[in-house]
Design a protein around this ligand. Structure first.
Ligand code: A3P
Length: 346
């Protein structure tokens, strides 16, 4: 019997990394295709809430998904075909998605765009314009734009792991990078971000998160899904924590590059390539760029680019929560994560 196996392609097979999504897809197209009728039928059967009295969410397969993005989840589950080299960045909202997008793009595209190049795409495009958000893309019926991207494709989602189709969840050629964040800081970040589109009371948002009824909540289930997947398949799912990345950004970039199949050589390290990528993607650099000071993007909600870059620090929750609130959220997460080996308590 032959012992030969077919080698599986990885990101390292591609000499040139991902191309900026906007360069291929062009400007955002606000003409959304109406979801199929059966989609409306499924949605009408689901539990529904109005988050903060305004944003309609449906509970689908255990996750609270905002109304506008549910057709995208259904369509993604039915029609997404992974390709060798695909990389999916996953996160709950407000946990460092923008940063992870910038870092992953800069790492994977560094052969075509060295991080110190004056024409680096991240100097003229917001990270969300470089890396497509598939939840919106599929909801708007614009998934053909994902097909038009050359490999390797870099994309992101806020979907729970349990919502990913089997083709993604078990595909050996598709890598998933997950980032999560200390829940109290995530909540504070979500409140500030939410206020840019709809002013709300902090206490209302706090209650919603505690009840698990927040965007892409329950957040503990979101985190647990990817945590378990990373434990089961560490070669396919990398689990990152925002706080650890802030503490050791260069080390984190090297770990990320290794996982993505494009490790830095000793020469790269001596030349300071990982540190250059950290600098390019730092919140100070990103905040200072004209493209991130102005403009907005998003297919269903136009988010100001500047609203993605606030403090970029840990521990801001002390400025917004009473000790009792902090204890309550800590206790909820401790309880929900018990026995998993994952904890946010220091
Ligand atoms: P704060 O609101 O606590 O400052 P997301 O990208 O998932 O929406 O997360 C937004 C959070 O990540 C915000 O946190 C934002 O400031 C922070 N952030 C954005 N870019 C960053 C970067 N380059 N480095 C570190 N943190 C960053």
């Amino acid at each position: 019997m032959s012992t030969m196996t077919t080698p599986t392609p990885s990101a390292s097979c591609f000499l040139v990394g991902p191309v900026p999504f906007k360069d291929v897809a062009g400007p955002e197209d606000d003409n959304h295709i109406t979801p199929p009728e059966e989609c409306g039928h499924i949605i009408s059967t689901l539990p529904t809430i109005a988050f903060l009295g305004r944003f309609v969410h449906h509970q689908y397969q255990g996750a609270w998904v905002i109304h506008e993005r549910l057709p995208g989840v259904l369509s993604f589950q039915r029609s997404f075909t992974p390709r060798p080299g695909d990389v999916l960045l996953a996160s709950p909202p407000k946990c460092g998605t923008t940063w992870l997008k910038a870092l992953s793009f800069a790492i994977m595209a560094r052969a075509a765009y060295p991080p110190t190049a004056g024409d680096h795409p991240l100097l003229r495009l917001n990270p969300h314009e470089c890396v497509p958000f598939i939840d919106d893309l599929f909801s708007a019926g614009q998934d053909a734009k994902l097909e038009a991207l050359p490999s390797p494709r870099l994309m992101n989602t806020h979907m729970h792991h349990s919502l990913l189709p089997a083709s993604v969840a078990v595909d050996p050629n598709l890598k998933v990078v997950y980032i999560c964040r200390e829940p109290k800081d995530m909540l504070v970040s979500m409140w500030h971000f939410g206020n840019t589109i709809h002013p709300c009371d902090f206490s209302d948002m706090f209650e919603s998160v505690c009840e698990g009824k927040s965007p892409d909540g329950p957040i503990w289930d979101h985190v647990l899904g990817y945590w378990r997947a990373s434990k089961a398949s560490p070669e396919r799912v990398l689990f990152l924590r925002y706080e650890e990345m802030l503490l050791n950004p260069v080390e984190s970039v090297m770990k990320l590059a290794g996982f993505l199949g494009v490790p830095f050589s000793a020469v790269d390290e001596v030349a300071g390539l990982p540190a250059d990528i950290v600098k390019l993607c730092s919140i100070d650099t990103m905040k200072g760029l004209q493209v991130n000071k102005t403009g907005a993007s998003g297919l269903f909600y136009k988010f100001q680019h500047k609203s993605y870059f606030r403090k970029g620090a840990t521990g801001d929750w002390v400025n917004h929560m009473t000790p009792e609130m902090a204890q309550r959220l800590d206790d909820i997460f401790e309880y929900k994560l018990r026995g998993s080996g994952l904890s946010f308590s220091s």
